[in-house]
Each structure stands twice: as C-alpha cells, then as structure tokens.
Design a protein around this ligand. Sequence first.
Ligand code: UD1
Length: 416
Amino acid sequence: MDKFIINGGIPLKGTVTISGAKNSAVAILPAALLADTPSTIDNLPDINDIELLKEMIEYLGGRVAKKEHEVMIDPAGINSFCPPHELASQMRASYYLIGALLSRFKEAAIAMPGGCNIGVRPIDQHIKGFEALGAKTSIEHGIIKVKADKLIGTHIYFDVVSVGATINLMLAACKAEGTTILENCAKEPHVVDVANFLNAMGANIKGAGTDTIKIIGVKEMHGCRHTVIPDQIEAGTYMVAAAATGGDVIIKGIIPKHLESIMAKMSEIGVIIDECEEDLRVRINGRPKRADIKTQPYPGFPTDMQQLIAVLLALADGVSIITENVYEGRFKYLDELKKMGVKAKVEGRTAVIEGVEMITGATLSATDLRAGAAMVIAGLAAHGVTEVTNVHYIDRGYEAIEKKLSQLGADIKRVR
Ligand code: UD1
C-alpha cells in the first residue's frame, strides 16, 4: 500500500490549479446513462472514484472513452441493471447508478454503497423517494433491489437535507410521468451542476440550488457536452495548506461564490485572501487565530472541510470549538493528529481544540478521504518527518496531490 513521506516545515509558495469537482463528476457519469446518445464530459478529476465508475458503466454495457480529463460515455449498449458488487461496494456514489438505472430500465440491483467511514450514513431518504415514485424496494444480502412498472411524478419531502438523495431523486424523476416536486433539497453547487447537465440532455428541472426542485418528466433525453465545475473542497484544502505552512499560494480556476463560507471562516482565523476573478491569493501573517466552526449543509460551512480546517485551529492562538452537525463520528482523525502534539478533546458532536505553537512529525494512518488530506497538511506544517499510510483513501478524491504540493515547494514523496 502506498504511503506519503513528508518532510515538514516548508512554507508553500506558487500557483496551484484546481481540478473538477469530485462530487459533481461522480453523479454526472451515472446521469449520462439517461440519454440515448453519447455525452462528452470535460474538466473531469483524475481520481480513483472516476475509474471505478468507468469500470461499472463498461460492465453494464456502456462504451466509455476516457482521455486525461475528458470522457465520452455512450449509453446505447447498456443491457444490464446490476453493476458488479465488488466495485459498487467500494464507493458511496455508486448509489447514483440506482437512480439512473431505475429511470432507464425501471430496475436496479446494487451493493450497499461503501465510501468513507465517517459515521452512520443511511440511504433511507433515497429509498423513500424511489418508493414514492412507484418503485418497490428491498435489501437482500447487502444488495438494494429497486423495481417499478412505471414511475409517476409525485411530491417528496426529504426529512434530512441530503445531497445524495436530492441528486438521486432528480435522476429517477427525469423520465417519470408527470411532475415531481422535491422539497427540503440540498443546495450544494454540485446539485446545480448535475441539474444543468440533465437539462442540457433534455430534462426539465427547475429550482436546483433552492429548497424546492420541480421536475417535469420527459420521454427522451439526448447526449450533450458538459464541463464539470471546479472542486470547492480541493480549493479549500490548498487554502488551508497555504495558511498552515505560513505560505503564499495562488489558487487558480475556482468559483469564488462556492467558497464563501470557507473564505469567511479563514478570514476570521487571520488568513489574508485576495480574490481576483477565478483566482485566490492565500497567505497569513503570524499565527492563526482561534475560531468556532459549525458544519451545515450548503451555504453553511461544509463538513468536508471540517477535518482540514482543524489543522489550522490546532496551530491557532487559543481554544477553538468545532461542532459537527452533519455526521456523527467524523472526529476519529483527531486521535491520529494527537500523535503530532495536537491537543484536542471530543465529546459527542463537539471537539475542543487547544492550539499549540508547534506540531511534530509522526506516523499517521489516513482514516478517510478528508482526514487523510488533513494529515498530509499537518505533516507539511510539522517539524520533522511525517509518514501518512492508507493513501488510497486520499487518491479516491484528490488528483495528483503529491505532484501539486511538490510544485508548491513541499517535500512530499509517494512510497510504494
Ligand atoms: C455528500 C458528499 C460528501 C459530503 C456530504 C455532506 C458525494 C458523493 N458525497 O455525501 O462528500 O460529506 O454530501 O455534504 O456527493 N442522511 C440520512 N438519510 C439519507 C441520506 C442522508 O439520514 O437517506 C443523512 C446522512 O447520514 C448525513 C446527512 O444526511 O448525516 C447528509 O448526508 P448526505 O448529504 O446524503 O451525504 P452524501 O450525499 O452521502
């Protein structure tokens, strides 16, 4: 298994370009299956989750031609509704194949989704939505089975704000008969990106990015060309890395609106952020300041940035409180960071972090995607050598992280 060896203490300097958004791309590839003709998707991040989806779509009979950051998906030959379980169970977003296949074949059978272990992650809201559209569902031997004679538009209220359920029900309702209204929807930028893609394929979706989404079912959808939005969490990751190392970094190719809550919190922490169209310059004078963070669905502070910003707070002057409102159990990484001298106490959904002036290198095991990235940043900011193991978690969601960091002057090596 690969690991990173990081020689810390070097301020990051230079320019980094942000890749396409993982959470958009993993929904857009399955969404392409709704069309009768091929779609081309560009600005695709080169990450392991995309490779997994490519393999699953090929297994289903689709033709996939991928070249660097562009992929052509021809769904014409799709003749199966059951992706291989050993692939589907490896990633959370395989659940989007349920919505897509249900829409197209009125049937899907998929292993319960895997992904990061960051607490209980039920999919009851997805299932409730599929059933409301007229599907019958069951879970047998770890496989979710969904089947319908026909799908009929209806009114669905989500009991929790869920990115996955919102997107999955948009997929399932695109070709349902009549009108579907989704209420209490997630408003994340990738929900809007997926809706834009579906509309370009001929769907009729209005209101994505608000609480209420209206979908008028259409009979046919066609291929289109689409550019994936930039990844706001990858951008936030490099913003934290710049500040935690006392560096000065230009982050290129972002949509500033998507980063508002992250920029606001980082400014409170004392990070200097200059915005110029699609670029940000990020630097800091002196030690970070303490701050309290509460994670919320968009436009609140994203849970996916919680573990990353904790590294800055661990080095801040004073005591910070993080409240994790989205997931239970997203604080396991703090036990690893404690090996570096980080001072933190966790009680339920709250972590109290007492900032220290310096952290030191240690051997850490990545516990999930964002935790792994947080450990890499901690290693960059620490004195001495840090080893981060279980790098496969990081590769699921970050394109060429060690290459991008090395270009900023970091001393980081991948060891196989
Ligand atoms: C997506 C993102 C993930 C991010 C999360 C929250 C993808 C592939 N992943 O995950 O990176 O951390 O949004 O921004 O886009 N819930 C239920 N029942 C459900 C669905 C969700 O109770 O049926 C709960 C979850 O347990 C969690 C909360 O709702 O507490 C939000 O989860 P959700 O937005 O669905 O997360 P994902 O879509 O899985």
